[in-house]
Design a protein around this ligand. Structure first.
Ligand code: DGL
Length: 307
């Protein structure tokens, strides 16, 4: 036992100072909820974000298709010299995490294991709801991740096929987003959206879950109407903070945290043709202006991985 403990001490964090960016990827804007948590906790780290807005949503697609999109984005980020990749999309994590870890030459983490940990740390009744895209629910990835931590937890998957579109559509208004947000406090908490959210949540509202995990990185933007539909007795958790903790641990262990005092240089890329709308919506979610945005051509991505 002592020997084992000595071995683990020998693997203690090395010197810090890898200032290369952290690659973060999502089907669109939702992953910026995770990027924001990373930027808030790791203030010296630079982020290189890719949002595949043109092919969003991923949820209704096949696993095969989403896997190839995720590998394209992973290779693109790898070619841009990131030190680690965060798949900030539950759907892409469900479809592609293990193949991305095997295929890419940098470490890759997803958001489902962290989301599962957040749920397990919160539930008291051991009944958990998972609100996610169709593909994520169908994959069973959350059920496996939660029951790997506690096999006695009952997991109720609830597909929310319209939520990603609601978020992306609402955010596509771009230009007036900041003012509307300041005026109303929550642009997503409208009677129409409340009604759609309540309808979608009916299957889990009828169970005895005490915790619902937002198994899609777009859904924290709908937290207001979701909380309203579930009522005060149900805790709503997301994977962003747990993902940031896991990322921090890995970078620390590998001696790859950026050097203290480094000024982060965040960069953003999107397959959308409307960079202005992406900038406006993205700044709102990320919580600071997206200063550097570039367009990525789909043919450029497709060249990197053909299924
Ligand atoms: N943010 C993605 C997720 O976490 C959205 C998926 C989609 O594009 O449908 O699952």
């Amino acid at each position: 036992m002592d020997d084992v403990m000595d071995e683990s001490r020998a693997c203690a964090p090395g010197p810090t100072g890898d200032n290369r960016p952290i690659g973060v990827f999502d089907s669109g804007l939702g992953g910026l909820t995770v990027a924001r948590s990373i930027a808030t906790a790791l203030t010296h780290e630079s982020i290189y974000y890719v949002g595949d807005t043109k092919r969003c949503p991923y949820g209704p697609r096949t696993e095969h298709e989403v896997r190839s999109f995720a590998l394209q984005a992973g290779r693109w980020l790898e070619a841009h010299d990131v030190k680690i990749i965060v798949i900030a999309c539950n759907t892409a994590t469900a479809a592609a995490l293990s193949v991305a870890q095997q295929t890419l030459n940098v470490p890759v983490i997803g958001v489902i294991a962290p989301g599962a940990r957040a749920a397990i740390n919160t539930t008291r009744t051991r009944k958990v709801g998972v609100l996610a895209t169709e593909l994520t629910v169908r994959s069973g990835a959350y059920t496996r991740a939660i029951q790997n931590l506690d096999a006695g937890v009952d997991v109720y998957g609830c597909p929310a096929p319209s939520f990603v579109d609601i978020v992306e559509r609402e955010l596509a208004t771009g230009a007036h987003l900041q003012e509307r947000w300041l005026e109303s406090g929550d642009i997503f908490d409208t009677p129409d959206i409340r009604a759609e959210v309540a309808r979608t949540l009916t299957p889990i509202a009828d169970t005895e879950v005490d915790t619902v995990v937002l198994g899609c990185t777009h859904f924290p933007l709908l937290a207001g109407p979701i909380r309203h539909a579930l009522g005060a007795g149900v805790r709503v958790v997301s994977s962003a903070e747990e993902t940031t903790r896991e990322l921090t641990d890995i970078l620390q262990r590998r001696g790859q945290l950026a050097a203290e005092g480094v000024e982060p240089q965040h960069r953003f890329a999107t397959t959308s043709d409307n960079l202005a709308a992406f900038a406006a919506a993205g700044s709102f979610i990320f919580g600071q202006p997206l200063k550097s945005i570039e367009h990525v051509d789909l043919p450029e991505l497709e060249r990197l991985y053909r299924r």
